[in-house]
Design a protein around this ligand. Sequence first.
Ligand SMILES: O=C(O)CCC(=O)C(=O)O
Ligand SMILES: [Fe+2]
Length: 241
Amino acid sequence: MDSLKRREIRLGNATEPDVKESFVYFPENLAPWPEIEDFKESFIDVFHNFTILLHRILEVLALSLDLEREFFKKHHCTLERQGGTVMRTALYPKMPDDFKKTDGQLRCSEHTDWGTVTVIHQDNVGGLQVKTKSGEWIDVKPKDGTFVVQIADLMQRWTSNKFYAPPHRVLKLPDETNSFIGAKRSRFSLIYFGNPDSDTVVQGIDGSKYEPIIASHYYEELNEKASKQGYEETFHHTLDI
Ligand SMILES: O=C(O)CCC(=O)C(=O)O
Ligand SMILES: [Fe+2]
């Protein structure tokens, strides 16, 4: 579980590393691919298809706000320009009976995503939860043939809070004890994080709520905060509702 170590560094001291494994892809990534037949070609193909879906969703969101169709989409030239859009696999493995969980450790700790729109394909195990505006956690029950579409921070800022970036988490898998033992199966999800092109100026559509921010500066700011203050602090500061 090398990935747990990497995540520990990213999250700072405030939380324990999540109990999961990930593989991350973004177009300009030069890291070696796993040596699995057809993996690279399939992964890139899926990334392209998610990008087509992202563009459709962005068009619908713009039209729903009476904005021009291309308003968000034109800033997501994900396949041609560096933008920070990434696709990640997440495996939440069924843990052995002697697994020793540390205090505060979760499967995927509470957070909001940082970009505009996230699309999640989850298998039928379950465990994903989102927090409503009134603070209630609800299960995002798996449904065959569907994706979960979530608003992320920059979209909330861009729409001056007309759209809400919900905090979400995977507390534990169904049937698991609080020590992460007893799951019937591992959980697997594929997550596409849609982010605007790095130089996009994200300016609230009603001009008032948030200062304009350049997309790449937003991620840098959060990454810096995460390494200094720990991820929990970073999460709690981000947006007001
Ligand atoms: O695994 C999931 O379903 C969601 C994970 C997630 O929210 C994330 O990696 O940002
Ligand atoms: Fe997330």
